[in-house]
Design a protein around this ligand. Structure first.
Ligand code: TYD
Ligand code: MG
Length: 459
């Protein structure tokens, strides 16, 4: 019966077929047919319907449109609010993705408890039973929160519950466990995940409920993971961090209601996640004396500079040496090694190169380049960089060192934390007049990678 309502749509050409086929009969692509809900038959009224819509909605000039700033309800967790751009928005749909066990359920339960003191909150759990959620809440000391809990995985029943409960904030934990009756594919499949998210988004817009969808990132990343939902939802947050360390970052990578790339920092404790309001120095490991192969980078996440230690290990490799990076882009590492060889004459061709950003942070900005190269060079030489050393700056293919955005803010943070020596792009070096703001920090401006290597050799 359900079968009549589904069609298989080709993701390449958009052609549809009643049955699943390995090869699209329209465009000949392989493995592109995905199950989707069939559109209701357009019938004869299609054309008229569009005409009616066109007449009903007049076009307005931008300046005429009344647009009040969206109202936000702070979650009561300042670090989460920071990533969200101030709080949850009525009718807004947020996707929070992350590896299993990173702390998504914990964070949302804490947020639910705080929000429940002001507004009606519904927590839909598909992964754990109601009892498990209650137990966790008790462990976190949140047992008395007036949070309504529903253990359910069938989408239609969840939508009905939202309709009757009328919550202002609703958590769906997780989107991958839900299934809609209208599709035959299994929960967690791309078709189900997409359909359930689309229906919940519609419900959020219609009822004004702010919905948070939890999504697990699979090892492979893309497939059936939260990525297929990024375009449907208003806000996308990613929860990252090393499960072996206690620090967690919540990063906004899309926000229709605010700025992105703002991060919230948490520490996982016995009593749940605690916000870290002054996180600049948590990603530094503590060495008694300086060790070879490490270089501190000042990276800028949103509005806050963070100091992160980059570690490199260069060791003699086999016939095909390995390049491995954790928290940094591997292709970029290969490129940087080529630049280092060609422009600074430092060769790692027969060496294994491993690079790691301490504390499980993921660094995507190219301003990390200089620190990565200096860490590699330090490991290769077996000589540590001096105590209190830091670097940042993008390195181009021509060997030039390009400025990083807001370099002065980065330097100010480093000076505040007592760093002593910095190698930075020339354009980021402070003018003589501003030098007093960086007291105690000796700044070496460089324009090229070979110059940076030269400076470091002389330290
Ligand atoms: P959880 O929120 O269940 O992760 P997710 O929903 O992202 O899969 O977090 C589970 C981990 O957090 C688990 O390994 C135990 C740890 N944890 C704490 O360290 N302290 C706590 O107070 C709680 C509730 C969990
Ligand atoms: Mg969970």
């Amino acid at each position: 019966m359900a079968r009549d309502k589904t069609v298989y749509t080709c993701s390449a050409c958009g052609g549809t077929n009643a049955k699943w086929l390995g090869k699209c009969p329209h465009c000949g692509e392989w493995n592109t047919l995905e199950e989707s809900v069939a559109e209701p038959a357009a019938g004869s009224g299609t054309r008229n319907r569009f005409q009616v819509i066109a007449r009903a909605l007049p076009v307005a000039t931008l300046s005429e449109i009344e647009a009040a700033e969206v109202e936000r309800q702070p979650t009561g967790l300042p670090e989460l609010d920071r990533a969200l751009g101030g709080g949850i928005v009525e009718g807004g749909v947020t996707l929070i993705g992350g590896d299993p066990g990173i702390g998504k359920s914990t964070l949302l339960l804490q947020a639910a408890e705080r929000l429940a003191q002001h507004i009606k909150v519904l927590y839909v759990t598909g992964e754990e039973s109601g009892a498990q959620v209650a137990l966790r809440a008790r462990r976190l000391g949140l047992g008395h929160a007036p949070v309504r809990v529903l253990a359910e995985i069938q989408l239609e029943r969840i939508l009905a519950a939202i309709e009757t409960e009328q919550p202002k904030f609703c958590v769906i934990d997780s989107i991958q466990t839900l299934f809609s009756d209208q599709l035959t594919s299994a929960p967690g499949s791309v078709a189900q995940v997409r359909e359930c998210a689309a229906q919940l988004t519609r419900a959020a817009k219609a009822s004004g409920t702010a919905i948070v969808l939890v999504g697990h990132v699979t090892k492979e990343g893309a497939l059936a993971g939260p990525r297929v939902l990024e375009h449907i939802v208003d806000t996308v947050l990613y929860f990252e961090g090393d499960t072996h360390s206690s620090f967690r970052l919540v990063r906004a990578i899309k926000n229709r209601f605010g700025a992105i790339n703002e991060i919230g920092v948490f520490a996982m404790t016995e009593r749940g996640l605690k916000g870290v309001s002054n996180p600049s120095a948590i990603f530094l490991s503590t060495h008694g004396a300086p060790v070879p192969g490490t270089c501190v980078l000042v990276t800028l996440e949103g509005t806050r500079p963070l100091l992160v230690e980059i570690q490199a290990l260069v060791d003699s490799g086999g016939v095909s040496p390995r390049r491995l990076s954790v928290g940094l882009d591997r292709d970029r590492l290969a490129m940087l090694l080529a630049v280092l060889h060609r422009h600074a004459g430092v060769a790692c061709m027969d060496q294994d190169v491993f690079v790691n950003a301490v504390g499980g942070v993921r660094i995507s900005e190219p301003a990390a380049d200089l620190a990565v190269l200096l860490a590699i060079q330090s490991s290769l030489r077996g000589k540590p960089l001096p105590r209190g050393f830091l670097a940042f700056g993008e390195v181009g293919l021509a060997g030039e060192v390009r400025p990083a955005p807001r370099g002065q803010d980065r330097l100010r943070e480093a000076a505040k934390l007592g760093f002593a020596v910095a190698v930075v792009p020339k354009a980021n070096a402070p003018k003589a007049a501003d030098a007093r703001a960086f007291e105690g920090l000796t700044i070496h401006p460089v324009e090229r990678i070979e110059q940076a290597i030269e400076v470091v050799r002389g330290l």
